[in-house]
Write a protein that binds this ligand. Structure first.
Ligand SMILES: *Cc1c(COP(=O)(O)O)cnc(C)c1O
Length: 467
C-alpha cells in the first residue's frame, strides 16, 4: 500500500472533506466575483519562497478564492450555458487527476482511451453515424469546431490535388447568421473567410437558403459550374448549428445535408450545446439529418452533466481527420505511430491531453443512459414551464418561442439599465445569475436551463423579482 506521511494524509482528508461538503450542498452557494484588490487583501501573498503549506493554501482556496467564483451548477444559474455535473462525474474527475494518465496516445493511455471511445460511440450511435465513426474529447467546442474545419479543408485540398486542379485563391466556409462566435475565431486561425447566411426572423439555416447562398458565391467567381466547385469558390465546409447558444435554434439539418451531398461539401454540425438533446426522445425529431453529417461536436460540460472541460468531436470518416491532424512527426514520437493504434492526438489540435472524457464515462457507466435521457427531459419540461409562466404574466413577453432549453423574453417597460440592475442585484444577493443578452439591438432577459435541479419554483421565484 501507499505510505503517506502524516501531513499528506491529513491534507487528503481535508481535500475530501472540502469535496464532500461542496457536493453535499443543496443548493451550492452561488458566490460571485471580487476585484483583484479585494482578493489580494483577503488572500494575502500565497506564492512564497518557503511555501505556505497545503493546509493554508487549501484554506485560502476554500475561504477566499472559491467564493469569488460563481458556481456554474447552482440551480438558479441560468447564464450563458451553465453546467450541472453529476456528483459521480465530479468525484471521478478527482480519480482522473490522481491517475497521471497521458491520454494522447494508445500506447500510454489504452485503458482510458478505450473507455473514452466507448463514450464517443454512445454519442455517435445517438446521432446514427456508422460503426467506423470516431473522434476525441477536446477541451471545448471552440477547439472542436476548429479541429473539424481543419480536417474538412485538408480533405478538400487533397481531393482537388488528386483531380490535378488548382487551389482556390481564398478558402471559405459557410454557416448561418446565428452561428457561434467560435467559428469567427476559427476563420481567423484558418486564415479563411466565413460566409454567414442571413436567416431572417426564423434564425434557422435551411436547405434553400444555403443553396441560394452557394449559388451566389459560385456566381461571383469566373468559372462557375465547371468541375469541382471548391476549386473556384473556395468553399470547403458548411457548418450547421444544432442548437444556437442565444436561442437554442436547430438549423434544418436535413436540408443542409442534402444540399451539401449534391455539391460534395463537408457538413459539420456545431452541437456544442444542443446535441446533448439527442439523448432525449422528445427532442430527437429536431435533429433529423444528423446521421448524414461528416463531423459534429457536443460539449459534455454543457448539457451532459460532466465537469469542465470536455467537448466530444466525432468524424464520420476518422481517416480524413487523421490525414489533417496526425501523427505529429518527431524521432521520439515514432514508437507511438502505428496504424493499429487509436491515438487521440491524431484527430484534433493538440498533443498531450488529459483523459477528459472519463468523468462522463464513469457517470454514464454508473447511472446508465436512461438516467441521462430522463435528466435532459426534466430540463426540457422546466423550460416549457418557464415559457408558460412568462406567457401568463402580463408584464413579460417571449421574444421567440422557447427552443430546446433556452427562453428569451422581455420585461415590458424596461430599458437596458433596468435589466442590468436587476441582474446585478440578484447576483449580489447570491440568489440567481441571469445576465441579460442583446437581440437585434434590444437588451432582453434569457434563461438557459441545463440543470435538472432547476425547478419551475426556481423560475417562478426569479420571475417574481421582475414585477
Ligand atoms: C458553447 C458553444 C461553443 C463553444 O464551446 P466552448 O466549449 O465554450 O469552447 C460553440 N458552439 C456553440 C453552439 C456553443 O454553444
Amino acid at each position: 500500500m501507499h505510505q503517506f506521511d502524516a501531513e499528506t494524509a491529513d491534507l487528503l482528508r481535508a481535500i475530501f472533506d472540502f469535496t464532500g461538503v461542496r457536493l453535499g450542498f443543496d443548493p451550492v452557494p452561488l458566490d460571485g466575483p471580487a476585484t483583484p484588490a479585494e482578493l489580494s487583501a483577503s488572500a494575502g501573498r500565497t506564492i512564497t519562497a518557503d511555501g505556505i503549506g497545503g493546509r493554508r493554501a487549501l484554506e485560502t482556496f476554500d475561504e477566499v478564492l472559491s467564493r469569488a467564483c460563481i458556481s456554474a451548477d447552482h440551480p438558479r444559474n441560468l447564464a450563458f450555458i451553465p453546467a450541472a455535473p453529476t456528483r459521480l462525474s465530479v468525484l471521478f474527475d478527482v480519480v482522473v487527476g490522481a491517475s497521471s494518465i497521458y491520454a494522447g496516445s494508445w500506447m500510454e493511455g489504452a485503458g482510458a482511451v478505450h473507455a473514452e471511445n466507448e463514450t464517443l460511440r454512445w454519442l455517435a450511435d445517438l446521432a446514427g453515424l456508422p460503426a467506423t465513426a470516431g473522434g476525441v474529447f477536446v477541451p471545448g467546442g471552440t477547439v472542436g469546431n476548429l479541429s473539424a474545419l481543419v480536417a474538412a479543408r485538408q480533405a478538400t485540398r487533397a481531393r482537388l490535388a488528386a483531380q490535378g486542379r488548382p487551389m482556390p485563391a481564398r478558402w471559405r466556409f459557410v454557416c448561418g447568421a446565428e452561428a457561434h462566435s467560435s467559428l469567427y475565431q476559427a476563420a481567423t486561425v484558418l486564415d479563411a473567410d466565413i460566409v454567414a447566411v442571413p436567416t431572417g426572423e426564423q434564425g434557422r439555416l435551411t436547405g434553400p437558403l444555403l443553396a441560394a447562398a452557394l449559388d451566389d458565391l459560385a456566381g461571383q467567381t469566373s468559372q462557375a459550374g465547371q468541375g469541382d466547385p471548391a476549386a473556384h469558390d473556395g468553399v470547403f465546409a458548411v457548418v450547421a448549428t444544432a442548437g444556437t447558444t442565444q436561442f437554442g435554434i436547430v438549423d434544418d439539418l436535413r436540408g443542409v445535408v442534402d444540399v451539401c451531398r449534391d455539391r460534395g461539401l463537408w457538413v459539420h454540425a456545431d452541437g456544442a450545446y444542443g446535441l446533448a438533446a439527442l439523448a432525449a426522445p422528445s427532442a430527437r425529431p429536431l435533429f433529423d439529418g444528423i446521421a448524414d453529417v461528416d463531423s459534429f461536436i457536443v460539449d459534455p460540460h454543457k448539457w451532459l452533466f460532466a465537469p469542465f472541460d470536455a467537448c466530444a468531436l466525432i468524424y464520420r470518416d476518422p481517416a480524413l481527420a487523421r490525414a489533417a491532424h496526425g501523427p505529429q512527426r518527431a524521432g521520439y514520437l515514432d514508437v507511438l505511430d502505428s496504424a493499429a493504434n487509436w491515438n487521440p492526438s491524431d484527430y484534433a489540435i493538440g498533443l498531450s491531453r488529459r483523459a477528459r472524457g472519463l468523468p462522463l464515462w464513469f457517470s454514464l457507466a454508473a447511472h446508465g443512459t436512461r438516467a441521462y435521457a430522463e435528466a435532459i427531459e426534466t430540463t426540457l419540461a422546466t423550460t416549457r414551464a418557464a415559457a408558460a409562466q412568462i406567457a401568463a404574466r402580463p408584464e413579460l413577453e417571449l421574444v421567440r418561442p422557447a427552443e430546446l432549453s433556452v427562453v428569451v423574453f422581455r420585461r415590458l417597460g424596461w430599458q437596458a439599465a433596468d435589466y442590468h440592475r436587476w441582474s446585478d442585484d440578484l447576483l449580489r444577493e447570491g440568489f440567481a445569475f441571469v445576465p441579460p443578452t442583446r437581440h437585434d439591438g434590444e437588451t432582453v432577459a434569457r434563461f438557459a436551463v441545463v440543470n435538472p435541479r432547476t425547478t419551475p419554483a426556481d423560475i417562478e421565484a426569479i420571475l417574481d423579482t421582475m414585477g
